[in-house]
Design a protein around this ligand. Structure first.
Ligand code: NAD
Length: 363
């Protein structure tokens, strides 16, 4: 009997429902080909949950998500200037839903792949010879510790206003993130670079010690370390050298945006947030794009690739994940583009046409 997985689906706001529809279309086609099935359960989150229940995330939504093998999400939120959701207090706004679900599901590892597609090379802001080499890397960012979650205060000390933020990690928080990075490397080109500031920070020195220990359990994976300031330069100079980049919360926040922009096409970038089981929440890197919502012109590829990551990292359906990634490459090679990645000589297609073309190209 073929395996069945339970998938939570957060369609969300803005372009969310349109792009998720295409990802589900692709998932249905690929699961039929690779002999497994997906049972979907809709989960309300964000603005649509505020409209229905007065809060961006209900207890029931969290419980439903917890019972799933994985959750696929579109995007949440509206136009901050015009939407009534932004007249609410901060913890009742759409974005509080995503922070709430990450916390409730203990999603401590954030995965942000950055890949340069041969066909979209022209959009890459790097030097031509660098873009010609291409790159395909993934940043594994610790998401629930470090500076953003440490104690903070602002007070006058001897009459001088002083602000303090605390960067703290314990070995368990580091170990579980490192294990994720090495597990991911085993499914890729088998190389992990730990990025830190170990020449200055005690917390970074603990990251090195613990990650080195973890690396011993993965003899097939090449392990290397790099200082964060050097990494910021290397991402621009020679991104092809990286496979999996492992780093703490704040460094990861900054480096993952740098890695995104060098691809030149944010509408193509998937992401995932994982906990210490196989469970993950998968979503495109972009937002709900209220300016183009409901027009059937949004690019669904980042969401379709997020669905591919879900198959790879939560369901271990690697062949089906490969098929999705190959189909996306094929459609780009054929010259089909949504408006955001359109260039001269290509054929412009709508959101649903792009989904249909990717289904057609599934091997
Ligand atoms: P955005 O990513 O939604 O939009 C920025 C620009 O990129 C817009 O011009 C938009 O049209 C375009 N764009 C984004 N995704 C696209 C796609 N798939 N295809 C084609 N074009 C696309 O960022 P924003 O305008 O800063 O935020 C809008 C809303 O999204 C806000 O409410 C914000 O809080 C929310 N947001 C949600 C998430 C999430 O759900 N995780 C992430 C980021 C922003």
């Amino acid at each position: 009997m073929s395996k069945e997985y339970k998938i939570g689906v957060i369609r969300g706001d803005g372009i969310g429902p349109e792009i998720v529809k295409e990802a589900v279309k692709v998932l249905d086609a690929v699961s039929a080909k690779y002999d497994f099935s997906l049972k979907y359960t809709d989960i309300d989150m964000g603005g649509c949950s505020i409209d229905k229940y007065g809060v961006p995330l209900t207890e029931e939504a969290v419980e439903t998500a917890k019972a799933m093998d994985a959750v696929l999400m579109g995007s949440i939120g509206g136009d901050a200037k015009t939407s009534p959701w932004y007249k609410l207090e901060p913890q009742k706004r759409p974005e509080a839903g995503i922070l709430g679900i990450r916390k409730a599901l203990n999603l401590f590892a954030n995965l942000r792949p950055a890949m340069l597609y041969e066909e979209l090379k022209n959009a890459c802001p790097l030097k031509e010879e660098t873009a010609d080499k291409g790159f395909d890397l993934i940043i594994v960012r610790e998401l629930t510790g470090g500076l953003y979650f440490g104690e903070r205060s602002t007070k006058a000390i001897d009459g001088i206003e002083t602000a303090v933020d605390t960067l703290s990690y314990n070995e368990n928080e580091i170990r579980r993130a490192a294990i994720k990075a090495f597990d991911i490397a085993m499914k890729r080109r088998k190389a992990v670079t730990l990025v830190d500031k170990a020449n200055v920070l005690d917390s970074s020195r603990l990251w090195r010690k613990v990650t080195e220990e973890v690396s011993k359990d993965y003899p097939e994976v090449a392990f290397d370390v790099m200082l964060v300031d050097n990494c910021a330069m290397q991402l621009v100079k020679d991104p092809a050298q990286f496979d999996v980049v492992l780093t703490e919360n704040m460094f990861g926040d900054i480096l993952s945006d740098e890695a995104a922009i060098i691809t030149g096409s944010i509408g193509m970038l998937p992401s995932a947030s994982l906990n210490d089981t196989k469970f993950g929440l998968y979503e495109p890197s972009g937002g709900s794009a209220p300016d183009i919502a409901g027009k059937n012109i949004a690019n669904p590829i980042a969401t379709i690739l997020s669905a591919g990551m879900m198959l790879r990292y939560s369901l271990d359906q690697d062949k089906a994940a490969d098929a999705i990634e190959d189909a996306v490459k094929k459609v780009l090679k054929e010259g089909c583009r949504t408006g955001d990645i359109m260039s001269d000589g290509c054929k412009k297609v709508n959101t649903d046409e792009m989904g249909d073309l990717i289904v057609k190209c599934l091997a």
